[in-house]
Structure formats: C-alpha cells, structure tokens
Design a protein around this ligand. Structure first.
Ligand SMILES: [Zn+2]
Length: 354
C-alpha cells in the first residue's frame, strides 16, 4: 500500500499577536491560558513536517459563515475602545462587555444600536472571558487564513492538511464570539470544502468542550454534519447551555448533529469508543474537518478528561481511516509542556491510518 505524504503544517506568525492577558471569570480577572506560546510549542513538536505559511484570502467565506456586521465589529472594536475613556478612567485596555442584549432584555423587541462603545461591546460577545485586545483581530483573521490555506492544499491533492489556528474557533457563532474563540476556523474550512465541490462535509470535534458555535452555524443544514464528544455540560461544564445528547439539529439539519457528552474523568478507552461512534456517523461524507482540540488530555488545566497521547494517536488512526480529504483545525489545548506532543501524536495517527 502506498504511504501517503506527511501532513503539512499551515501556520502564520500573525497568530501570535493575540494576547488575552486575563479572563474575567465570575467577576474576577484571572490569567488567560490561551497563550501565544501555544503556537511555538506546536511548531517545535511538528518541526520535521513540511511547514506552509498561510496565504491571504479574501473575506468571501468568512462573511458567509459569520454575519458581516459581527465581522466588522470585531475588526474595529478595539481601536474604538482605545479612543474612549476606558484606559484613563479605569485602566482597562481590553474590550470587556458589561451588558448583554440577551432575550432577558430584548423580549422580542428589536434592540437599537448602542451608541456607547462599552454598551456595544456586549452585542457580539456572549461572555466576559473572551477579551479583545491589540492584535486580537489580526490573529483571528490569520487563523482563518490558516484554515483556508489548508483547504487549498487538500484541493491541490493533499490527503490531509493541518491548520495551526490560534485563537481557536469552535465556540464562535454566526453572530458572535465567546469561549476564547473569535472566528470559527473549522466552520469556515467546512464551508470552503463545500464550495470546492464536496457535497457533504462532516465536522468531528475532539476538543474537550462542546463546539456550540459550529453546531449553531450548521444547525439547520444537512450538507455539513456536526459530531462532537466532550465533557458533559450536564456535569456543569462550559458551554453549559449546549452539548447535550438531545440536540440533533432542526429543519433540514434534523439528525445531522450528534453529541456524545462524556463524564468527568473519561480516559482513553471510553473516549475512543466515542471517537469510533463519531467516525461511523461521519462515514459517507465527502470531506472531513477535525476540530482538533487536545484539551481532553489528562494534564490539561481546562478539562477533567483523562486522554493520553496514545489516545490521540488512536483517534487519528480512526478518523484517518475514513479515507476522505481532511482538514485538521487546531482548537483548544492549554498545557504548554504536552500540547505539541499531543498534536504530533494525532497527526502521526491520522497519516498512518489503515
Ligand atoms: Zn476546549
């Protein structure tokens, strides 16, 4: 059997520019864990692979996956914040919302545009952990270019391509950001694969957390299926409101979403059973996007799952054996000393499948 060429690593130095500094959690500023150094740790661990710098793509797919008004907001809001009084007044140089026009406020009435920058800050964000600072837009936009360049490589004949996206994306919805995510790289890759002529695309999300953004974007579509395994939101985990087994899609997308919530402490064997179930579910799709979060690993500070590097390698073999063109998109993974090895293990498994 011919050996497939090694999976290339698509990256951009711009993805280092987003520095979260801190997250506001239950009202308290805490140190962020989604750090620029994640990029370098993954680059180090994949140094033997062909490295491709992302090329610039226009906003076409981006503005179809996300609402243009949201994209424009994210591009401009930090500059606008700096023109306001917030640094001088309270020493805040990051965009931090304090009011959110959720259903609790809107009650079916269309809200008017908030004039104040600090009012508008909550319109396109849904939590207080995901701050916008200098370089956030540039990094998030570069991550989109990484995903789209990986799609190009697959279109050019690569069996699979890995996009070292940072910040991650799977919590970003059509209309907003949250969960340390700003633009949904995996959803954009899936849409670009559809545009390239793949009739159906399966997104398999291995991140420790449910990808509520990706699920929402494709909720009513049958041409992009979304399957995820993740720590059970019913056990109290982010994103809290979504990721339950009863969420299966709606309208044309009824049945196209599959969620496999897992108990805290889940290790390799039951986790891999869930990966195999998602692979069965994804079989028959013409292309695959893997939301490759490695925060399900035992050492990761952001989740209680207990998956090993061997587990990630085995997951790579399972999904690689689907034998369809695949774009592998980096999502979470926050333990700096092991993140690179976990990504490398998955890539090795994926290319040595079957
Ligand atoms: Zn995660």
């Amino acid at each position: 059997m011919p050996v497939p060429p090694p999976i290339p690593v698509v990256w951009s130095p711009q993805t280092r520019r987003h520095e979260p500094m801190r997250e506001v959690w239950v009202g308290v500023p805490t140190d962020g864990t989604e750090l620029p150094e994640r990029v370098d740790r993954i680059l180090d661990a994949t140094a033997s692979r062909e490295r491709v710098e992302a090329t610039t793509h226009d906003d076409d797919v981006l503005r179809r996956v996300h609402a243009p008004a949201f994209v424009d907001h994210l591009r401009t809001i930090h500059d606008e914040w700096l023109r306001g009084p917030y640094v001088e007044l309270v020493g805040q140089d990051r965009v931090v919302p304090y009011v959110f026009p959720t259903e609790a406020m809107t009650q079916g009435m269309p809200p008017s545009r908030a004039v104040a920058t600090h009012g508008r800050a909550g319109q396109f964000g849904y939590d207080t952990m995901t701050l916008v600072g200098p370089g956030t837009w540039e990094a998030a936009r570069a991550a989109v270019d990484c995903a789209l360049t990986a799609v190009d490589l697959v279109g050019g004949g690569a069996t699979a391509a890995y996009a070292l996206c940072r910040p991650p994306g799977h919590h970003a919805t059509r209309d907003g950001y949250g969960g340390s995510c700003y633009l949904n790289n995996a959803a954009i890759a899936a849409q670009a694969l559809r545009d390239a002529g793949h009739a159906t695309v399966a997104v398999v999300d291995l991140d420790a957390h449910h990808g509520n953004g990706t699920q929402a974007i494709f909720w009513q579509r049958s041409d992009v299926r979304y399957g995820s395994l993740h720590v059970d939101p019913g056990a109290g985990w982010f994103p809290h409101f979504y990721g339950h087994a009863h969420e299966t899609g709606a309208g044309d997308g009824e049945g196209a979403t599959r969620n496999l919530p897992l108990p805290e402490g889940t290790g390799d064997e039951p986790w891999l059973d869930a990966v195999r179930e998602l692979a069965t579910y994804a079989a028959g799709a013409d292309a695959l996007v893997v939301s490759l979060g490695v925060d399900a690993a035992a050492a990761d500070p952001e989740s209680p799952l207990q998956v090993t590097a061997d587990g990630y390698a085995a997951a790579g073999r399972v999904l690689g054996s689907l034998g369809v063109p695949a774009v592998l998109v980096q999502e979470g993974g926050y333990h700096l000393d092991t993140i690179g090895g976990l990504v490398a293990a998955y890539l090795d498994g994926h290319e040595h499948a079957g």
